[in-house]
Design a protein around this ligand. Structure first.
Ligand SMILES: Cc1cc2nc3c(=O)[nH]c(=O)nc-3n(C[C@H](O)[C@H](O)[C@H](O)COP(=O)(O)OP(=O)(O)OC[C@H]3O[C@@H](n4cnc5c(N)ncnc54)[C@H](O)[C@@H]3O)c2cc1C
Length: 272
């Protein structure tokens, strides 16, 4: 394969020729060390700490560069330290980098074992209760839920999703549609530009509860808040038929009727 290109257009033309069966638009994410260093220089750790859970928050978009070794975790850490920020300012971003490192270390130990349920589901269901395949309406973005259909299209056209969108979409697939997390993880891996076995599979297991003490789920209020009602404002389901409507207690009973009563839920801000 060629490795040197006169321009991005030249690269795109070459890849199109080598993979004639590949369909869809070219992602706007530009690769390479130069862009990675520009993004590093533009980091705003204080804004990150305050807004990282918001879809429009000041997230770094560094993941494809870190994933493919264009930038190392140590470089990001050293850059933050060199700026002389107070610990409280950089801690939220360093914590996320540490999550990546932690998943990598588990991957080193477990290898392909990260595809296996590390523990039983804590949802009151067994693995056999979950479907093996991803429903076609999720892949096609035709569930009629504006938020989920948007996330599906965004994943497949840009190769990127904000962490909160990954959590919501994964929880919808596993807990509302009762599909095995592995089906969703395979789908994510085939589209994410930062697709990484360790961060991906172990995050899916965390949502599923096969590698955590309880399932991650959310409600409409949470999604509306962190997306600034981007979809709820116009979604035909928002007022009455949204499957995410209700308190965490109500949703827990509805989603996990056979699970031990546990109303405490996972929300961003409490752990990740
Ligand atoms: C279901 C699911 C699947 C995921 N799949 C992947 C994947 O395939 N590849 C991947 O790199 N990340 C994955 N993540 C973690 C996280 O969503 C992405 O790393 C992050 O959204 C990338 O965007 P960013 O660079 O703007 O992140 P920022 O919020 O700006 O974070 C900075 C960096 O910290 C690391 N990071 C942030 N959050 C996490 C996290 N929760 N776990 C591990 N590392 C983190 C990433 O390297 C990221 O680039 C997944 C999360 C979920 C819930």
């Amino acid at each position: 394969m060629r490795r040197e290109f006169a321009s991005r257009a030249d690269l795109i033309a070459y890849v199109t020729q080598v993979f004639p069966g590949a369909t869809g638009a070219v992602s706007e994410t530009v690769g390479g060390r130069t862009v990675a260093l520009e993004k590093l220089a533009a980091l705003q750790p204080d804004r990150y700490g305050h807004s990282r859970n918001e879809l429009e928050g000041a997230v770094t978009r560094l993941s494809p560069y870190i994933r493919h070794g264009v930038l190392t975790l140590a470089e990001v850490r050293d850059h933050l330290q060199a700026q002389g920020y107070a610990w409280a300012v950089v801690e939220p971003l360093l914590r996320q980098l540490a999550w990546r490192d932690y998943w990598q270390q588990l991957y080193e130990q477990w290898g392909d074992g990260i595809w296996d349920d590390r523990e039983p589901y804590k949802t009151g269901f067994t693995a056999a209760d979950y479907a093996d395949e991803l429903p076609q309406d999720i892949i096609n973005g035709t569930t009629s839920l504006d938020c989920m259909d948007h996330f599906s299209r965004e994943l497949q056209t840009t190769g990127y999703l904000h962490n909160h969108a990954r959590l919501w979409l994964a929880a919808y697939i596993i807990h509302w549609r009762r599909v095995k997390w592995q089906a969703g993880a395979r789908w994510f891996l085939s589209h994410l530009l930062d697709g990484d076995p360790a961060s991906n599979q172990l995050s899916w297991q965390w949502v599923a509860s096969t590698f955590s003490v309880k399932p991650y789920y959310f409600n409409q209020e949470n999604l509306a808040r962190f997306s600034r009602r981007k979809w709820c404002a116009t979604c035909p389901h928002a007022a009455q038929t949204c499957p995410f409507r209700g308190s965490y207690e109500q949703l827990h009973k509805q989603l996990f009727p056979h699970a031990e009563a546990s109303h405490s839920s996972r929300r961003l801000g409490t752990r990740r």
